[in-house]
Ligand binder design. Sequence first.
Ligand SMILES: [Zn+2]
Length: 205
Amino acid sequence: MEFSSKLLERAVNEMSQLPGIGKRTALRLVLHMLKQPKTQIQALSEALQSMRNDIKFCKSCNNISDVDVCEICANPHRNEKIICVVEDIRDVMAIENTSSFKGLYHVLGGKISPMDGVGPHDLNIESLVHKVKEGQVEELIFALSSTMEGDTTNFYIYKQIQAYNVQTSTIARGISVGDELEYADEVTLGRSIVNRIPFETSLKS
Ligand SMILES: [Zn+2]
């Protein structure tokens, strides 16, 4: 792609770093921005910068938050003894949308995936195991997507906490194998949390 402007080229190059945005799409977006009022582009870049600079991860569950302890963890009406283990904030949002879960979350930040170079120590597993060891938790609900990586991660955590006095369950799947949690419809997802099954049962099937 030949550019008549270095400034334009730079903006397009930066924009095309985003996932799913090729050079052509990046050029279209940048040309669109060029037609916008300067104040709007200012607002966009400020929003992105402060998001990147100021966002926090909840000290307790590792969910994305504006404060040290997220709203869910800080809510006294939530049951802190039931923890739903999820991959990332999109899963928290999907499950919150169902209004079917009143416990807390633990956000792992990914799944164990040797192919992608992600091991257990790259994820927030230790802090979860610590919570269980401390005896604060009565039940862990595994709500990772039912891919091989999700299953591996569930099993790894299960092995770490098996010796402690904690129930483990997994969300019942009306969701077919390989479906990502965030795409499941609310009714199905809500039902699958309410009708969760003991984790051991899921291992035998
Ligand atoms: Zn939290």
